[in-house]
Design a protein around this ligand. Sequence first.
Ligand code: GLU
Length: 305
Amino acid sequence: MLNNSRYSTTNMPYIGRFAPSPTGPLHFGSLLAALASYLDAKSHKGKWLIRIEDLDPPREMANAKNLILETLDAYQLYSDDAIVFQSERSALYQAALDQLIKQDYVFPCSCSRKQLIAVNGVHFGNCCRDLTDNSTPFAWRFDCQKAIQTDPVSFNDLLQGHFHQSLQHDIGDFVVKRKDLLWAYQLAMVVDDFQQGVTHVVRGIDLIDSTLRQNMLQQALGYTQPQYAHIPVACADNGQKLSKQNLAPALDIQHPVENIWRALSWLGQKPPKKLQSSSVKELLSWGVEHWQPLNLSGIKSKSAE
Ligand code: GLU
């Protein structure tokens, strides 16, 4: 994928995506993920898709979907196919869950968070597989030991290198459908990336912890695995990741050029100063033409300033 022969995947159509959750407006950190995935896709003459991950209504902010889409529009980051909304795709997630149930890859579990505190929240092994009482709310958990017998498990990230986690201590039997009947991010993301033909996932390193769970699901469901590149996260002065949760300021819709120039610099791309007075279109074309993702290799976080 990335601009380096080591990563070339000739003959493979490239489909990338940006998949924000509408928990708040886009901020500088989200622009970095949007821009990096866009530039990587376009520099490979690929498609770039937008997917709104609106799976968790209690965490959503009213109007965030509209704000996100308006901002992407103002920044001229357009989806090459119709925008997908996860809230409309329950039937696909159900079909995947049915397949996992049939293959015995998942089991119902009524364990509470409180019960799992002693094991750092990681559910590993059989607790309540024989749950028979239908009146107890239960989640569906993925049986990680059925899926993988080796521990630790690992994958190669195109920017961060070899990444491993322990099944027993880090991953465990993770939830694919929650007790409150909402779909878990892990399952929905894997189903959608597959359904949309996504070949390359470029996103923030804060999501790298999810990748091995997603790989296990892809394997169990018989899906091909995309390639992954996790970019560093932008931190505020206090060292905390910029996020909607810690109220990072919303991206200014009036000044896309200024922010894209700043984002390109942050991504290690060294845009010429004169482009600060260019148009969004020119700046994005420069970015596509000069995209050097490996300038971010091995970097985990950087100050947003
Ligand atoms: N929806 C996730 C978020 O906003 C991103 C998911 C992904 O890129 O895999 O953090």
